[in-house]
Design a protein around this ligand. Structure first.
Ligand code: KG4
Ligand code: ZN
Length: 350
C-alpha cells in the first residue's frame, strides 16, 4: 500500500497527515473552532482565510513528523467534496500543486468517505457489507456499503443534520459553539425523562412513517417553545434537563432506525462515523442495541471522530491501491452525494 500526504479543509479544521499502508505516520490539525465560536457558527469566508494561512505549516509539520519529503510520496490527497466552497478550494489547489511538485498522482477525496475510513482505525476493522450511520454537522445518512465506492443511500435526515440540531439547541440553551460536546457536558446529571420531545418521524403518503428517515427541525422547534415558556415565566432555564431530554430523543431515534435498517437489509454490521459519533450516550445506546440485535458494531476511535486529515489519507490509500487517481484539473463539489464519489476518479467530472 502506498504513502500518501493528505489534506483536509472542508469546514473549520485545517489538517495535514501522512498515511502509509493504512498506518497513520503523522497527523496535524489546526482547529478554528474558537474563532468561529465568537460568531456562534462557522463563517465561510473566515474559514477559507484561516486555511490559507495554516496549511503550508501543517504540511511541513506532517512531512517532518513522518520523517519524509515530497519525493517519498506515492500520492497527494485533498478533500474536494462536500463542504464549504472556498474552504475546499484551498485544500484542492494546495494538494494539486504539491502533487505536481512531487511528481505523483493527485486524489480528490469525498469527505464522507474519509469519515468512513476513520472507522478502519478501530478494532476490529469493519468488513463489507455494512450499514454506515454517518452523523456529522452537515450530514445524517444511512448508507449501505457493499465495497470500495459501492454506496447506496437507504435513509437520512430530511432537514437538519443531527450535529446541526445539537449545535442549534445548544445555542438556544446558551451553551458554547460547537454545541455537541457542550450539550453532552450540560446533559450530565440532567433528567432525560423530564421533557417529552418529538422523535421526528416522516409521514408516508399511504399512512405510517418512513422507517429510516429522520427530521430534526421539529425537535429543535419543540425545544425553542419550551425555552420560550420558561423565559416568559421569568424562570431560570432547567438547562441540564432540557439538554438530557433532547440528547435522549436524538440518540434513541438514531439507534432505533439504524438497527432496523441494518436488519431489514440483511447487513450484519453497523459502522458509525462523523463528529456526533463522539457522543457517549449514542455510543452506549448503540452498544446495547447492536448487542441485542446481533449486529457487529464498529465505532471510529474517539480521536478520529471529528475532522482530521488522517482519515482522508486512509481513504486515499484505498483508492490509490485500487488504481484510481484524479485529474489535476479536478474542481471542488460542495454538495456531491457520497453515492457519486466514484466520479472523482478518471477524467474531471466538474
Ligand atoms: O464530522 P464533524 O467534525 O464535521 C463535519 O463534517 O460536520 O462534525 C461536527 C459536528 C458538530 O455539529 C458538533 O456539534 C458535533 O459534530 N459533535 C457532537 C459531539 N462532538 C461533536 N455532537 C454530539 N455530541 C458530541 N460529543
Ligand atoms: Zn466531517
Amino acid at each position: 500500500m502506498p504513502t500518501v500526504l493528505a489534506l483536509e479543509t472542508s469546514c473549520d479544521e485545517s489538517a495535514a497527515a501522512v498515511v502509509r499502508a493504512g498506518v497513520v505516520l503523522s497527523s496535524e490539525v489546526a482547529s478554528q473552532v474558537e474563532e468561529h465560536a465568537r460568531w456562534g457558527g462557522v463563517v465561510p469566508e473566515l474559514a477559507s482565510r484561516r486555511h490559507v494561512e495554516a496549511l503550508p505549516l501543517l504540511v511541513e509539520r506532517a512531512l517532518a513528523g513522518a520523517g519524509l519529503g515530497l519525493a517519498d510520496l506515492d500520492g497527494v490527497a485533498a478533500t474536494v467534496a462536500p463542504g464549504l466552497l472556498g474552504a475546499l478550494l484551498v485544500g484542492s489547489v494546495t494538494g494539486r500543486s504539491l502533487a505536481r511538485l512531487a511528481g505523483c498522482p493527485f486524489l480528490g477525496i469525498h469527505h464522507l468517505e474519509a469519515h468512513l475510513y476513520a472507522a478502519l482505525l478501530g478494532e476490529p476493522p469493519p468488513a463489507a457489507p455494512l450499514l454506515v450511520l454517518l452523523v456529522s454537522g452537515g450530514h445524517t445518512e444511512l448508507i449501505a456499503l457493499r465495497g470500495l465506492g459501492a454506496y447506496e443511500r437507504l435513509g437520512g435526515s430530511r432537514d437538519d443534520a443531527a450535529g446541526e440540531a445539537f449545535d442549534k439547541v445548544a445555542r438556544l440553551l446558551g451553551l458554547a459553539y460547537p454545541g455537541g460536546p457542550a450539550l453532552e457536558l450540560a446533559a450530565r446529571g440532567g433528567d432525560p425523562t423530564r421533557f417529552a420531545f418529538p422523535p421526528g418521524r416522516i409521514s408516508l403518503a399511504g399512512g405510517g412513517f418512513h422507517p429510516y428517515d429522520f427530521s430534526f427541525s421539529g425537535l429543535k422547534t419543540a425545544v425553542l417553545r419550551e425555552v420560550q415558556r420558561w423565559q416568559a415565566e421569568g424562570q431560570p432555564l432547567p438547562v441540564a434537563d432540557l439538554a438530557a431530554s433532547f440528547q435522549a430523543v436524538v440518540t434513541k431515534v438514531l439507534v432505533q432506525r439504524s438497527v432496523r435498517c441494518a436488519l431489514d437489509h440483511g447487513l450484519p454490521g453497523l459502522v458509525v462515523v462523523g463528529g456526533v459519533s463522539a457522543n457517549q450516550e449514542l455510543r452506549q445506546r448503540l452498544g446495547a442495541a447492536c448487542g441485542a440485535a446481533g449486529l457487529a458494531l464498529h465505532l471510529a476511535p474517539l480521536a478520529w471522530c471529528t475532522d482530521n486529515a488522517a482519515m482522508v489519507g486512509l481513504a486515499a490509500c484505498r483508492r490509490l491501491a485500487a488504481g484510481q487517481i484524479s485529474s489535476l484539473e479536478l474542481g471542488v463539489a460542495p454538495r456531491l452525494p457520497l453515492a457519486e464519489a466514484n466520479s472523482l476518479y478518471g477524467p474531471p467530472p466538474f
